[in-house]
Structures are given as C-alpha cells and as structure tokens.
Ligand binder design. Structure first.
Ligand code: AMP
Length: 113
C-alpha cells in the first residue's frame, strides 16, 4: 500500500473531521477549505482515480454519488454546490486515492482555472 494520507484517515491512524461513513465511503472536511463548505468523499476501496475504475466499480461510484447528494442536503447546501474530482497531477490531484470535492457556501467561478 502506498504512503497514502487518505488510507491512514480511513484506517483511523490520523484524525479527520468526519461528516459521514459507511462500509464503502468516508466523507470529511478538507483540511485546507477552498469554500465555506469543502468536504471530501473517499472510497474505502483503493483506486488512484476514475481512470483506475474496474468492472463493477460502477456500483460503488453510484453509491458515492448518492451519498454526496444526501450529505449536500444534510450540510444545507443542496441548492448549490460543485463536485470536483481532480484526475492526474496536471489537473491538480495531490492525493493518489480517488476523491470528490464538494464545494459550496460561496459563489463559485467558471471556468475554475
Ligand atoms: P487533490 O489536490 O484534488 O488531490 O485534493 C486533495 C485534498 O486533500 C486537498 O484539498 C487537501 O487540502 C486535502 N487534504 C490533505 N490532507 C488532508 C487531511 N489530513 N485532512 C483533510 N484533508 C486533507
């Protein structure tokens, strides 16, 4: 297993500000928030990015999207949020375990840059 900070969070080896967890996914507040609400959704199955999806992972990813929508509701931002997954270093990915950023609570610009 690579030296992955999110793996350590999933394993409970380092703390996080958790908002949700089930047997497939964990969600926690980003340590360097880029918006008033900035939550990360991470699968417990290790895959580097969407490019590493295998047959059958559609079920996991679909479940994650359902969890995102439920948590957007729970966080009070279901009227407007952005969901981002940086895929690859040139797109800004810094942690090599698939994750989705939920950003909300301010007006978000487009294009994101
Ligand atoms: P990315 O750059 O798309 O790979 O996103 C990685 C995100 O993980 C960044 O927004 C970081 O601020 C965030 N991050 C890194 N370490 C931690 C941590 N220990 N707890 C919460 N978020 C973290």
């Amino acid at each position: 297993m690579p030296d992955c900070i999110f793996c350590k969070i999933i394993a409970g080896e380092i703390p996080c500000n958790k908002v949700y967890e089930d047997e497939h996914v964990v969600a926690f507040h980003d340590i360097q928030p880029q918006a008033p609400v900035h939550v990360l959704f991470v699968p417990k199955k290790h895959m580097v990015s969407l490019q590493a999806m295998e047959a059958g992972d559609e079920v996991l990813l679909g479940h994650m999207m359902k969890v995102v929508a439920q948590q957007a509701q729970a966080l009070g931002v279901s009227q407007g949020y952005r969901l981002v997954s940086n895929c690859g270093a040139s797109a800004g990915q810094s942690v090599d375990l698939l994750h989705f950023h939920l950003l909300a609570g301010r007006n978000l610009q487009w294009p994101p840059g």
